[in-house]
Write a new protein. Structure first.
Length: 159
């Protein structure tokens, strides 16, 4: 117990440079002994899987918004949207879906009204910002105008 206390107090006395050196040394050591480290980690996870699942859930709950922002930024970049273009379109559309005119939210919840970046799947060109529902509908009909017209005629025939 005294040894643990001594080690913890020594850790507090290290300068930032010494901590950086120690961290660099540990990263290099782990790279050199990758198989051994991985085997130990795998054994710990198999021994107590529920502990690791709970830790992962806690991390997701604690960092949910940050994870989503990161994922959203990656997805926007993948389809050619920059944060500036997204903000410009959002402002131009006055924060409303271009199809149904519902107000959009920049948070993920409620899902039906959160802003989605729409793009043409064939050309990859950015088109507009839509609500989740409108974006999903376009995806489900494969952006086929004929199919959408047939759906409109079908709905009108029953009204």
């Amino acid at each position: 117990m005294a040894e643990l206390h001594k080690r913890q107090s020594m850790r507090k006395l290290l300068t930032r440079e010494q901590k950086d050196q120690k961290n660099a040394y540990m990263r290099a050591w782990k790279r050199r002994h990758y198989a051994r480290v991985w085997a130990q980690e795998k054994a710990r996870r198999e021994e107590n899987p529920e502990k690791y699942r709970a830790a992962a859930r806690q991390y997701e709950l604690r960092c949910y918004e940050r994870i989503l922002r990161s994922r959203r930024a990656h997805n926007l970049k993948k389809i050619g949207f920059t944060p500036e273009l997204f903000a410009e379109m959002f402002e131009t559309q006055k924060g409303c879906c271009l199809i149904c005119s519902n107000a959009l939210t920049l948070t993920v919840k409620p899902r039906a009204t959160h802003a989605c970046a729409d793009h043409n799947h064939r050309t990859g060109k950015a088109r507009a910002i839509l609500c989740h529902r409108c974006n999903v509908v376009l995806g489900l009909v494969d952006e086929d105008v004929g199919r959408l017209r047939a759906m409109i005629l079908f709905l009108e025939s029953f009204n």
